[in-house]
Design a protein around this ligand. Sequence first.
Ligand SMILES: Nc1ncnc2c1ncn2[C@@H]1O[C@H](COP(=O)(O)OP(=O)(O)OP(=O)(O)O)[C@@H](O)[C@H]1O
Ligand SMILES: [Mg+2]
Length: 345
Amino acid sequence: MTVSLEQLRRCHVAVDLGAARTRVFVKGAGLVVDEPSVTAVNTRTGALIAVGTFAEQMTGRTPDYIRVARPVSGGTVIDIEMAQRMLRHLLGEKLRRQLRRKPRLRAAACTPHDSDPLAQRAATETLMGLGACRVELVDTLIAAAVGCGLPVEQPTASMIMVCGAATTQIAVLSLGATVTAVRIPIGGEAIDHAVIQHLRHQHELMVPSQSVRPLQLALNDNGLTPQGPESTEIHGRDVTTGRARSVLVDTAAVRDAIHTPLTAVLDGIGRVLRDCPPDLVADLAERGVTMVGGSARLPGLDQLLRNYTGMPVHIAERPDVCAILGLGTMLEGQIQPMVLDPLAE
Ligand SMILES: Nc1ncnc2c1ncn2[C@@H]1O[C@H](COP(=O)(O)OP(=O)(O)OP(=O)(O)O)[C@@H](O)[C@H]1O
Ligand SMILES: [Mg+2]
């Protein structure tokens, strides 16, 4: 990705199209959209019925002729037309009119680290369909590091872990560029899925993905570390009879179920540290890892990382919006020129 700060400063709008949430930052107005990346469509007429939070609430509760769709999956726009319709609705008429007034609208978008050219093209085309004549792509890792205030432009190492819904990205940054980085296709969705599968196999209980959160929280303050309550009551539907049923779920077993997908994430951290030059690892031992992204809020994930790496681990102040706020900071020009310019080859 070759983008300079100067090019970003000329952009009017920044977009982070995530698998779970879509966020939009408009220069001068700040963060104007933070909604689930979900649409509900009437399959008979093709009309869009709902977008964002309302569409997400419809998941699993719709009649046959309404289809709930997610135009972004695995960090990639998989349905460009639907993503454009979703963005148009989320922006609203007033903001769209404001953006249309710009003679040459320029947009910036976050793309996952190491995303392939097709994924980059899909993000660019989505925004071009909304009227942008030029789209700058910025690595999510850099945007998120700027957004949580890491001194990325300094010649010291910073380690960041972006815990999204579909992917987890981990990097060591120094002098405005990534030194080593990995992207693992495991995120909040995979963790929720592991819990759902556990309940299905061990308790023959089907629960909607929204019900998983209370169970994660019930892992208590100590989260993934083994001192929580012994069991938690969960309501769902019996797999065979279809009737409503509640079961007492053993918290330790849920913890184990969650650990399975997290092993891949821990392996990723190990790989980044192994590939990192020793001088930078010494910096990291002191400065630690900063966690951002919605799944950074998973209770106990920080403690798990602390135990695994032996390094200090911090969760950013507003972890879910770090990437879009970082991109916004670059658009507003409130950042040292050294950052990102090394990327402009
Ligand atoms: N308090 C919480 N506890 C556990 N998980 C949470 C919490 N809040 C949000 N999440 C999870 O965070 C994820 C959303 O994070 P985020 O908004 O960073 O994703 P995204 O940017 O849309 O995804 P990606 O970057 O992978 O495309 C969801 O999977 C959600 O389940
Ligand atoms: Mg994201």
